[in-house]
Design a protein around this ligand. Structure first.
Ligand SMILES: Nc1ncnc2c1ncn2[C@@H]1O[C@H](COP(=O)(O)OP(=O)(O)OP(=O)(O)O)[C@@H](O)[C@H]1O
Ligand SMILES: [Mg+2]
Length: 510
């Protein structure tokens, strides 16, 4: 019997998912074909991760039906859905930091010997084969996971999911910490799985990636199904309009950069600063009212420079001056007192205190700076929280909502708010728009420019996305192998120049 439903592996129908006080999904449909790569798109908090978690049994849906491979399923746990052939990499990396790479890949399904004991040798050999041969990653599977950076951990999580025999593979923002090269490798693997007839759900805020790898897209807005489309028939600008629920023009998603030269007052100066193995003999200064970018590849040392400015890493040589005065730095608190703020790249690990409210998370850094004993009146706390919720369009039911119940992108916005609230003279933003939806991303870029222009704040903007630096920065330092190669100024700053400079083929005004 030929039924057109044979083309589909999954139909989710009339799905409702209600949390206390929040209707995260309202009457949502989702239809997945066999052997397609299907994107779920929507702004931060639209309900993408929730839909995935309903499918994988993390959450029990309030209403609706899930028709998977011709039968109705009610997965109660992620393990159950995995056993049915639905394999997932969640937005939050959920591996065990203290287990080895191989253990992380085979946890819960370890190869066993004759007597039921874990066969460690086979496990390590299989892990090695999977990572080296299939994923092209050169890594020691006997090392504990913690040893490797987040991007590598993400690849390991993906390897684990790919290796469990599945019919549906779900990747919820797997690429947000990956470099271009790693992303390409992932795409090659995805294409291979697709050719084997496996269906893939791919969530990402990078439009480029969606259009490169996906066949179709389902758009959600505010927990409601907007529609599903063939990507080849859907121009980008229409995709964004549908996500945001309003007509959007090309200029609306391009921030306006002020390339004018800032005043000469230096907020911070590095003179031959060295941190062994991390920062090599760096001399630079950052001026009031400028947005300065750090360009370089993953692992080039951009973050380490930021961490040195904030007192997380300590120099062995050289001098650091703040507002013209040499400072001795021992801890980040010393730099917070100098009105320097650092919003780290790995916000999930370094930033969020899940069981505190959005308000408490926002005022945290201010409280630390002012001292725990200086009480901030509750009315002032409320006022601040509401101001930043509005400014950054943080999607919350109210300011007392626990941060752990916010969507991934909205949690990140809270951490940005926390550092903005300290009203720093120098604000360091490390990959501030990673995982942030297209609409808000433009707003954060524009905000960086505005803070510099109107408040004369100095902003360090670190981003792996060249286009983003071109849109926001009036100066870009090029970092390679922990060393400053050169810098680009004003109109020199273009994607091509940044790339050439990183390769060592463009010298700008060193
Ligand atoms: N456990 C929970 N309790 C209460 N509310 C929740 C819970 N999990 C999610 N929500 C709410 O459901 C809504 C949808 O969140 P979800 O995480 O699905 O968004 P998303 O589309 O994945 O966003 P992002 O792009 O930021 O990852 C949000 O308003 C969020 O606050
Ligand atoms: Mg999400």
């Amino acid at each position: 019997m030929q039924d057109k439903n044979d083309d589909y592996i999954l139909h989710m129908k009339n799905i409702d998912m209600f949390f206390p006080g929040v209707k995260a999904l309202k009457d949502v449909s989702f239809n997945l074909k066999k052997g397609e790569i299907h994107s779920l798109m929507g702004e931060n908090g639209a309900g993408k991760s929730t839909l995935v978690k309903v499918l994988t049994g993390v959450y029990q849906k309030t209403n609706g039906t899930i028709d998977y491979a011709g039968r109705i399923i009610e997965p109660k746990t992620p393990l159950e859905s995995q056993q049915m052939g639905i394999s997932t990499v969640y937005q939050e990396v959920n591996l065990c930091a203290n287990l080895t790479v191989a253990e992380n890949i085979y946890i819960g399904r370890e190869p066993r010997g004759k007597f039921g004991n874990i066969d460690w040798a086979t496990m390590n050999a299989n892990a090695k084969k999977l990572l080296h041969e299939e994923m092209g990653i050169d890594i020691d599977v006997n090392k504990v996971l913690n040893f490797y950076p987040v991007a590598m951990q993400q690849m390991i999580a993906i390897a684990r999911a790919v290796d469990t025999k599945c019919r549906i593979l779900i990747l919820d923002e797997p690429t947000s910490s990956l470099s271009d090269k790693e992303t390409e490798r992932l795409f090659a693997i995805m294409r291979k799985l697709k050719a084997q007839g496996i269906s893939i759900i791919f969530i990402s805020h990078f439009l480029e990636q969606i259009y490169t790898i996906c066949d179709r897209v389902t758009i959600l807005r505010d927990g409601v199904y907007v529609g599903e489309y063939d990507l080849k028939d859907l121009p980008r600008i229409q995709l964004i309009s549908k996500m945001m629920g309003k007509e959007v023009r090309e200029d609306d998603i391009e921030a306006n950069v002020d390339k004018s030269v800032p005043d000469e007052n230096k907020v911070i100066e590095f003179d031959h600063v060295t941190v062994p193995g991390k920062v090599k003999d760096l001399s630079m200064d950052i001026k009031k009212g400028e947005v300065i970018g750090f360009g370089g590849l993953l692992g080039s040392g951009r973050t380490e420079i930021a961490e040195t400015m904030f007192g997380i890493m300590l120099k062995s040589n050289g001098t650091i001056k703040v507002d013209g005065v040499e400072v001795s730095v021992k801890t980040p608190m010393d730099m917070m007192k100098q009105r320097i703020a650092f919003c780290p790249e790995d916000r999930k690990v370094q930033g969020i205190i899940g069981d505190l409210s959005v308000r408490e998370n926002i005022i945290l850094a201010m409280q630390a700076k002012d001292g725990m004993f200086k009480h901030m009146p509750r009315s002032r706390q409320n006022e601040l929280a509401d101001y930043y919720i509005k400014l950054l369009r943080i999607k919350v039911s109210d300011r007392e909502q626990l941060i752990k119940n916010l969507s991934g992108g909205n949690q990140q916005k809270v951490i940005i708010a926390r550092w903005l609230a300290t009203e720093p003279n120098l604000l360091i933003l490390d990959e501030p728009t990673r995982g942030i939806d297209v609409g808000t991303k433009t707003e954060i870029e524009a905000l960086a420019v505005r803070l510099a222009k109107e408040k004369r704040m100095a902003v360090v903007f670190i981003s792996g996305e060249m286009g983003e630096m071109v849109r926001t920065c009036s100066r870009v330092l090029i970092i390679r192998d922990h060393e400053k190669l050169t810098e680009l100024n004003g109109d020199e700053i273009s994607t091509a120049h940044i790339m050439q400079a990183i390769a060592g083929d463009y010298h700008g005004h060193a």
